[in-house]
Design a protein. Structure first.
Length: 331
């Protein structure tokens, strides 16, 4: 069985974009692949975090992984920091990644261009750590959003470079981008990705939002004056975004079917249908989330996942360090 790996950085509450773009696909993939799903908590601290808030976000992230349908019996679920080999291979990746490559990474460039101050070294080099996260487990595929595809390409470049220098160390992974819903946009500004950093808090639907709050956000979503439900991301980005949400929450229902259903109807009817789909999914997730938090399954899942992941990670790191010439003692 081919292997797949992915992770989420829980710097805030998980939102509908995370679910549609990542978690829902993880659930599908766990029946098709050997699935490794980790919580990328090392990547969280590239910017300062409140320790209490961070720990709650980590627990919520694990609980929501499970509530969305990830099964510990099918998937290996763990915290990045519970497998120490991530950080060690991350440093080795840093030493094999060129500064020119890191300078081209769009997320750091964007923050720099906005004039953000006190950007950390960790933020600059985190694509190298991401490469280690991936390559450590020799996955065949890495499901990513469009905005992370660049980092997987860097991972492939570094892996090929090290394979050329030191022999066959890493499998070269393929990025896997979902065709529909890979990038859910803000409800209040459909030109921007749905994000937990939304200043208005109107454009982002969190998985733990009260249902009435989520419904209000959908009904208030920015659209246009055309009053036609048609998938046109350029001229009707708000409607196209809502169509992607409805499609994704309806078993990837074809977009032309949605257009046909709402032909001749107003945006109010369409938004009500989207709101119903969103609230129905949130209710299912939240009911399961509450059950999980009242049990001890979070700790058990992380302990078992880290134990399994560590076996593979330790052996692979040892292989890499031997090839580079860093080992003396036989392990």
């Amino acid at each position: 069985m081919k292997r797949m790996l992915s992770g989420i950085k829980p710097t805030g509450q998980l939102h509908l974009g995370n679910y549609i773009g990542a978690l829902a696909h993880f659930v599908e993939y766990q029946d098709q692949y050997e699935m490794y799903a980790f919580i990328a908590n090392l990547h969280c601290i590239t910017v300062p975090q409140d320790p209490t808030v961070l720990q709650k976000n980590l627990r919520d992230c694990v609980a929501l992984y499970l509530a969305c349908g990830l099964d510990p019996k099918k998937s290996t679920i763990f915290l990045q920091t519970d497998v120490k080999e991530h950080a060690q291979l991350g440093y080795i990746m840093c030493c094999n990644t060129y500064m020119g490559e890191l300078n081209r990474m769009t997320q750091f460039k964007d923050k720099q261009a906005k004039g953000e101050k006190n950007l950390s070294g960790g933020l600059y080099t985190y694509p190298a750590l991401m490469a280690a996260d991936i390559l450590l487990y020799d996955p065949d595929y890495v499901p990513v959003g469009e905005d992370q595809k660049q980092h997987v390409e860097l991972t492939r470049d570094v892996a090929l470079r090290m394979n050329h220098r030191y022999g066959d160390l890493f499998k070269i992974p393929e990025p896997l981008v979902a065709k529909v819903g890979a990038r859910i946009m803000s409800l209040s500004d459909p030109e921007k990705k749905m994000s937990k950093s939304d200043e208005t808090n109107k454009g982002c639907i969190y998985l733990l939002d009260p249902l009435n709050t989520a419904r209000k956000k959908v009904m208030g979503a920015k659209t246009d004056s055309l009053n036609i439900v048609h998938f046109d991301p350029i001229n009707q980005p708000g409607i196209a975004n809502l169509m992607q949400i409805l499609s994704s929450l309806s078993n990837d229902r074809p977009l032309p079917e949605i257009e046909q259903e709402f032909s001749g109807k107003g945006y109010g009817d369409f938004k009500h249908a989207v709101a119903d789909a969103v609230c129905g999914k949130l209710e299912d997730i939240q009911n399961r989330y509450n059950e999980i938090n009242s049990s001890g399954i979070i700790e058990t899942t992380l302990q078992e996942g880290a134990a399994k992941a560590s076996v593979y990670a330790k052996a692979h790191l040892d292989k890499v360090q031997r090839a580079i010439g860093m080992e003396i003692i036989e392990k």
